[in-house]
Design a protein around this ligand. Structure first.
Ligand code: F6P
Length: 371
């Protein structure tokens, strides 16, 4: 495949801190490699609205430290339809864009595959390379995606603050964190903040069992340590019970236990961190990760590669049909995009070895948290 000469960059799906670092590095590396670089606003929607303009790397020097994405982002369900993708391809052809860097998560990378499906391209030159960016940490074949580190730090900072007030008032807090169907952020942040319990969807527990688990945790901590000043429970948003119902059911059971004299009256409080987890200045690591993955992605396009994702993994060996280590960066790989999406599906449905390992590890951690 011929090397790309005019490369568009777009960010799609939920924004993730560090996307701007990737945009900046892609623009710089592309220019250095002799390509013309374009920014596409509003994700895939920008292709339908023709929101495409050349990027001047000098004008975006400052964006490295900013959260969100200067290009804007969107979720574009309409991209499931071929005529819509045809319109998007026509816009790219009009601008002579022959390469795309797609920065986003699972849905965005699926969009990239469809947009550059050779059967639909009908000869139009269009190479695509994905960059994993999602706070959820639910993409396969990369050990991290842009935004996870910052999101985790944000959760830890928030929980540390919650722990201060929880301790002052002798309270039990249930803190809900983002992550869609993936419990990674809940579990890792529970370790980092020393939470008393982490609830994650991979455990597949029914709602009632979750309520009982919280009540048991509270009773065992209060029962054992009369002076325990707080209980912190971290719940992944993907856990199958709405946070309001969870609080209601837990409070009801705790009231019953208090009426039976098993425990003093306990007040629970709920904090839903929500989109706070997705915002904020990217950590140093996310800036570095975005920059390094973008470097590899753009070099791949200029070298004529396509249908790959730039991935972050320790320098181990992979089967050559799955991935080749980037000559530019030993921690960065170019992995086959179709395999990434297939393995991500397996990860999310619990079928992959990594999913099984995570569920087991999360279980072990859960038992260890119950001191
Ligand atoms: O995928 C990133 C994410 O932040 C998830 O953790 C969350 O479930 C979802 O996006 C929220 O999406 P939206 O911003 O569209 O409400």
């Amino acid at each position: 495949m011929a090397g790309c000469k005019r490369i568009g960059i777009l960010t799609s799906g939920g924004d993730a801190p560090g996307m701007n670092a990737a945009i900046r590095a892609a623009a710089l590396m592309g220019r250095a490699a002799g390509a013309e670089m374009f920014g596409i606003e509003e994700g895939y929607k920008g292709l339908l609205k023709d929101l495409i303009a050349p990027i001047d790397p000098a004008a975006i020097a400052h964006i490295l430290r900013e959260g969100g994405t200067i290009l804007g982002s969107a979720r574009s369900k309409e991209f499931h339809e071929v005529p819509v993708r045809d319109r998007a391809r026509a816009t790219l052809a009009k601008h002579g864009i022959d390469g795309l860097v797609i920065i986003g998560g699972n849905g965005s990378l699926t969009g990239a595959m469809k947009l550059a499906d050779p059967a639909e391209l009908k000869g139009q030159p269009l190479n695509v390379i994905g960059i994993p960016a999602s706070i959820d940490k639910d993409l396969a074949l990369t050990s991290l995606s842009i935004g996870v580190d910052t999101a985790m730090n944000t959760i830890v900072e928030a929980c540390d603050k919650i722990a201060d007030t929880a301790t002052a008032h002798d309270r039990t807090f249930i803190v809900e964190v983002m992550g869609r169907d993936c419990g990674y952020l809940a579990m890792t942040s529970a370790i980092a903040v020393g939470a008393d319990l982490a609830l994650f969807p991979e455990a597949g527990k029914p709602a009632e069992a979750i309520v009982d688990q919280i009540v048991q945790t509270v009773l065992s901590i209060r029962g054992r340590q009369k002076k325990a000043r707080k209980v912190i429970i971290i719940k992944a948003e993907g856990v199958n019970i709405h946070i309001d119902k969870l609080k209601h059911d837990v409070d009801a059971k705790l009231r019953d236990r208090a009426a039976a004299g098993e425990v003093a009256g306990i007040e629970t409080r709920v904090t839903v961190l929500g989109h706070v987890v997705r915002g904020g200045r990217p950590s140093a690591f996310d800036r570095l990760l975005g920059s390094r993955l973008a470097n590899v992605a753009v070099r791949a396009l200029v070298a004529g590669q396509s249908h790959k994702m730039a991935a972050w993994m320790p320098p181990v060996e992979l089967a050559p049909e799955i991935g080749q280590r980037s000559p530019a960066d030993p921690y960065c790989w170019l992995v086959d995009l179709a395999t990434v999406l297939h393995e991500t599906e397996n990860l999310l449905t619990g079928k992959s070895p990594l999913a099984r390992w995570r569920a087991g590890a999360f279980d072990d951690i859960e038992s260890a948290l119950l001191l």
